[in-house]
Write a protein that binds this ligand. Structure first.
Ligand code: LLP
Length: 387
């Protein structure tokens, strides 16, 4: 919900821009931290969701670690102040250079996604006379019941080591003097709204932890990944139910006294703190359809074009009217030369005019990080709430 002051502020700015409500971000982070602390759970923020420097600085200050998926993310995490020992490096295709750089930085742990990667990290660590801490990312074959493009924990996905390769991992670990096995890692998918799927994940985590311990490995870290969804239909219901989420793991994981439980949340922490603000360039009334053509496109927010993702669209210049006569259905589209450059079809809005401000809500996660400059678009602009 935007205040009159916000709207007056927006109307003076050049559009489009990502608006960040840093106060909301702070409240969300505090709510998550408080809920995790009840169970002594550790949360590494999945930086891929948003690596805006101001956002990262708040997350670091709130006491989170960083979960990175590239050398670039590792470097940036450390640059903005995350302690090296709070940085985790995951990713199905880490290059030798990225591994070497992360070894030099003495990060907390590599989440390893294949048997071959274990051997490569061991070799590179040996050359540097270092011991690399590793966790095995296991593909648990648990269905996250989310969008097919963002599910990751099924046998047919490219991520993680499959269950039938555990013995091969154990064999490599036993002969790798420069690896220190610390635990196991899972991530089954993103935008998970049915929390019950995490119960199935817990069952698998318990099984794999027992398997490693039975084979002589001490499992000190149980990393269950991220994936907690947000309510895109109610962007004003802003803070996810972290208590309910963490409670599932507290109830269903078998946690030994020496074990730490780690999480990698992205979307749930940053999703609701941002909206993409744009202006209407043109209103085009057709026989069958009315179009609103915005000055923002799939180049700034890719999710609708890529996954048919829903983001709530609001006309913040025209007060929402209950008078049905003054509301119209519009296809809300961008200026990019692609038919998929559409933010929503048949969106009901109050009658809309050229230069009205349009807010596309819940764009804090996988928004600006997935932007491109296709069509040689201008670089992104930002605005921040006062703190
Ligand atoms: N850990 C791992 C290993 C991951 O692959 C991901 C996300 C996360 C943690 C964080 O997941 P989250 O808590 O944010 O759901 N671009 C897509 C989402 C891709 C998610 C990729 N992995 C989207 O726009 O919906």
């Amino acid at each position: 919900m935007f205040s009159d002051k916000d709207i007056a502020h927006f109307s003076k700015l050049e559009t489009p821009f990502y608006y960040y409500d840093l106060n909301l971000l702070k409240s969300t982070l505090n709510a998550c931290k408080k809920a995790a602390d009840v169970h002594q759970f550790h949360v590494h923020y999945a930086m891929k969701a948003n690596f805006n420097s101001k956002v990262l600085a708040k997350i670091e200050a709130a006491g989170f670690g960083a979960d990175c998926v590239s050398g670039g993310e590792v470097n940036k995490a450390i640059e903005v102040g995350f302690k090296n020992e709070k940085v985790v490096f995951a990713g199905v295709g880490k290059s030798d250079k990225e591994i070497n750089d992360a070894l030099d930085k003495d990060i907390f742990c590599f989440n390893v996604e294949s048997v071959q990667e274990l051997s490569v990290i061991n070799e590179l660590a040996e050359k540097k006379h270092k011991i690399a801490k590793v966790a095995i990312r296991i593909n648990p074959n648990v269905d996250a019941h989310t969008h097919a493009n963002i599910t990751t924990g099924l046998d047919e996905n490219k991520f993680g080591v499959n269950s039938w390769d555990m013995q091969a991992c154990a064999d490599v670990l036993k002969v790798s003097a420069n690896l220190e096995f610390i635990g196991i890692h899972f991530h089954i998918g993103s935008q998970i709204t049915n929390l019950d799927v995490y119960k199935n994940l817990c069952v698998r985590v318990n099984e794999f932890a027992a398997w490693f311990e039975d084979h002589g490995f001490k499992v000190t870290v149980l990393n269950v990944g991220g994936g907690l969804g947000i309510d895109y239909h109610n962007p004003n219901q802003q803070i996810p139910n972290f208590d309910a989420y963490f409670k599932i793991f507290a109830d269903f994981l078998t946690i030994k006294p020496y074990q730490e439980v780690h999480f990698e949340l992205g979307r749930a922490l940053v999703g609701q703190c941002s909206s993409l603000i744009s202006r209407v360039l043109y209103v085009k009334n057709g026989k069958k359809k009315n179009f609103l053509i915005l000055d923002v496109g799939m180049t700034e927010l890719m999710r609708p074009a890529l996954y048919q993702a829903y983001h709530k669209i609001e006309n913040i210049s025209q007060p929402q009217t209950p008078n049905a006569e003054r509301s119209t259905k519009y296809d809300v589209v961008g200026p990019i030369c692609e038919s998929t450059d559409c933010f929503g079809k048949e969106v009901e809005l109050s009658e809309t005019f050229r230069n009205d401000l349009i807010a596309i809500r819940s764009t804090g996660a996988y928004g600006e990080v997935m932007a491109s400059n296709y069509n040689l678009r201008e670089t992104l602009r930002y605005a921040y709430s006062e703190e």
